[in-house]
Design a protein around this ligand. Structure first.
Ligand code: ME8
Length: 649
């Protein structure tokens, strides 16, 4: 099966906030799940770069518009790359092949008789790039969507015959009850269309930052209305109007949007597609808003939460889990660190983390890290059956995009596991000499963890890969088929001991003040300096020999404890296990990037043979390896956990 999944393309009038991250996380989750099931999947995201709003934002900064768009578009792409978003294509509406595709579509609409020329006069909101009829304006002529002042615009314009599609659209909604998800949003679209559709002005002459009309029309003053240009990205990304090989992914399966732009996607977009004789997407799915103190978060209001900051402090996958688990799809949610911490401590640390630790611990004690599933069927069919009743119900929630329910149900698998351990108390059975029974319970729980990890994989890809690695298997389409579809067990597990995956978080880790209000401080990483006199000679080309390299002892360390250094904004005091008798004390200048709490239990790379130095009166017995660029600093860590003291090189 082919599965095409899209996010909106985001405006480049400011950097991404957690609202954008939310849509993108959901699309990434659906795409990863689809791939895991073996479907041919295409996941599209990108940036929307034309229109008066962008032109004005660039002007304010005295920058050429293209340069401004390049910069902001790159911040979105970099963030998604940093978050490991598995998009197949990142489209920009300033891409030449997109502009070409838009012109081809426009010509086709003209040829179909759906476009005509006239004059437009109306109240235009630049921020929303939308005309509003007088009747919809708020007091003082303000925009009903964003509350800003609108201005009267009269200009020559081409129009799209939206009114012609009124009845066809209503018939379509009727015949496809799950075209708009959640279903609760369907009525609002239907009543809007029933209220009557005016033809849509689809070109502008008042500014020039947009796709120019096809040469055949000889209208150099006109540029395309930004929403026509933007919506068409979903097909130009597949090569529409050019190399159309990827058009086989059309129609899209799920087009995710925020509720703010549902009207554009559920009314204009289908009408454009009908005009182009293309099939409509299967679902337009609109989620709610993330608010801050009850207000919609938006770039223009400046009340945004920075997703990178949340991810740096709490971990991107914990953050992702939280967003999907906390708020029912379609409803609004208020972002709070407290709610995130509660989810991490109760769901991740208590339910999932503890269960994993218990399996690892018991396998170490009772069976030298090897778990055999041979006796599970004899002692635990009930638990396995219960788990499969839950697993069987999951596709339904995914189909309805009820991700919070999906996760809520999935978590019941951990409850079954934790309960089995309490009820069957393997440690008692071991004492009583009933080793087979004890080991069967451990194997039951290992299998439950394996099954649940497979189903959690799309939400927390790296975390579940680490869990699978600790249990000695890999999450693939084959293991999905075996563990979930054919309800199989893994015959044996060879367990790896790993540090706790979800250390508890006690206090909020981020400062509450919005980003813009915080004092920017330059980073000075205070690290012990090499003793100059001891530095070995380096060749004129700056090359060193392998022996010189090996004079540096690099080791993996596990952070046992971490604290803020009083009176320092930059330093953290860590105690790091390097596999030696006593842990090392290391003073690191990383406080602006990492909270003390988030480091405990994690692994770092340490320069272990530096001459100890004193920082703010405290002895530092090593240095952490980190990478730093204009975006910030990140610690270098092993990709899977290693024994403390393992040498690097
Ligand atoms: O509308 N809560 O771009 P945009 C949840 N370029 N999601 C939010 C959000 C919030 N507070 N704020 C934004 C545009 N979003 C057009 C789209 S598509 C052809 C053109 C998410 O940068 C949500 O998905 O304003 C919303 O629909 C989208 O970002 C709007 O991003």
């Amino acid at each position: 099966m082919k599965n095409y999944i899209t996010t909106p393309i985001y405006y480049v009038n400011g950097e991404a906030h957690i609202g954008h991250a939310y849509t993108t996380f959901i699309a990434d989750t659906l795409s990863r799940h689809s791939r895991l099931m073996g479907n041919e999947t295409y996941f599209l995201t990108g940036t929307d770069e034309h229109g008066q709003k962008i032109e004005e934002a660039a002007k304010k900064l005295n920058k050429p518009t293209q340069e401004f768009a390049d910069e902001i578009s790159a911040t979105f792409k970099n963030l998604w790359d940093e978050f490991d978003i598995s998009y197949d294509h990142f489209i920009r509406t300033t891409d030449e092949d997109h502009k070409h595709g838009v012109r081809v579509a426009f010509e086709k609409m003209v040829a179909n008789g759906d476009i005509y020329k006239d004059f437009y006069e109306g109240n235009y909101c630049v921020s929303c790039e939308t005309f509003f009829p007088e009747s919809q304006l708020m007091e003082g002529g303000c925009c009903p969507d964003c509350g800003r002042a609108t201005s009267i615009v009269k200009e020559e314009s081409y129009f799209f015959r939206l009114s012609k599609y009124e009845k066809t659209l209503l018939d379509y909604y009727e015949a496809h009850p799950d075209f708009i998800l959640p279903k609760s949003r369907r009525n609002e679209v239907i009543s809007f269309v029933k209220g009557g559709l005016n033809d849509l002005s689809v070109t502008r002459t008042s500014f020039s930052w947009g796709v120019h009309l096809p040469k055949s029309l000889n209208e150099p003053k006109h540029v395309m209305y930004v929403w026509l240009d933007a919506l068409l990205n979903y097909i130009t990304a597949l090569g529409y109007g050019g190399d159309e090989a990827r058009m086989q992914f059309w129609p899209a399966n799920i087009q995710l949007v925020g509720k703010d732009i549902l009207r554009f996607h559920a009314i204009y977009w289908p009408a454009f597609l009908m005009s182009l004789n293309l099939p409509l997407p299967k679902h337009i799915a609109a989620h709610g808003w993330w608010t801050r103190d009850g207000e919609k978060m938006s770039k223009s209001k400046g009340n945004v939460v920075d997703p990178r900051e949340v991810a740096n402090h709490y971990g991107v996958e914990n953050f992702r889990y939280f967003m999907m688990r906390e708020v029912p799809f379609g409803q609004d949610g208020d972002f709070s660190q407290r709610a995130l911490i509660d989810r991490m401590n109760s769901d991740l640390s208590n339910d999932l983390g503890n269960l994993l630790n218990r399996v690892i611990g018991m396998s170490e004690k009772y069976s030298a890290f090897v778990i055999d599933s041979s006796d599970v069927a004899q002692y635990h069919t009930r638990e396995i059956d219960d788990a499969h009743t839950i697993l069987d119900s999951l596709p339904h929630y995914l189909h309805e995009l009820q991700l919070h329910r999906y996760l809520e149900e999935l978590w019941k698998i951990f409850t079954i596991g934790n309960k089995a351990i309490e009820e069957h108390a393997p440690w008692v059975k071991m004492k009583e000499g009933r080793k087979d029974e004890a080991l069967a319970t451990v194997a039951l729980v290992a299998n439950l963890l394996a099954k649940a990890s497979v189903m959690l994989h799309a939400v927390m890809p790296k975390t579940t890969a680490t869990i699978a690695d600790a249990l000695g298997f890999e999450i693939t389409t084959q293991t999905y088929t075996h563990l979930i579809l054919t309800k199989g067990l893994l015959a044996t597990f060879t367990i790896k001991k790993i540090p706790p995956l979800f250390p508890r978080v006690e206090e909020p880790l981020m400062q509450e003040a919005p980003k813009a209000m915080r004092e920017e401080q330059p980073l000075v990483v205070e690290i012990p300096k090499m003793d100059d006199k001891k530095t070995t000679t380096v060749s004129p080309e700056g090359l060193i020999t392998i022996d010189q390299f090996f004079q540096t002892s690099l080791k993996i360390g596990t952070v046992l404890n971490a604290q803020e250094v009083p009176k320092s904004t930059k330093l953290l005091k860590l105690h790091v296990d390097l596999g030696e008798e006593t842990p090392r004390q290391i003073i690191a200048g990383i406080r602006e990037y990492y909270s003390a709490q988030s480091l405990i239990g994690t692994q770092v790379c340490v320069v272990a043979n530096l001459k100890p130095a004193k920082l703010m009166g405290m002895l530092s017995e090593g240095m952490l390896l980190a990478a730093k660029d204009s975006e910030g600093l990140c610690l270098i860590r092993p990709s899977t956990s290693r024994r403390a003291g393992s040498s690097i090189g």
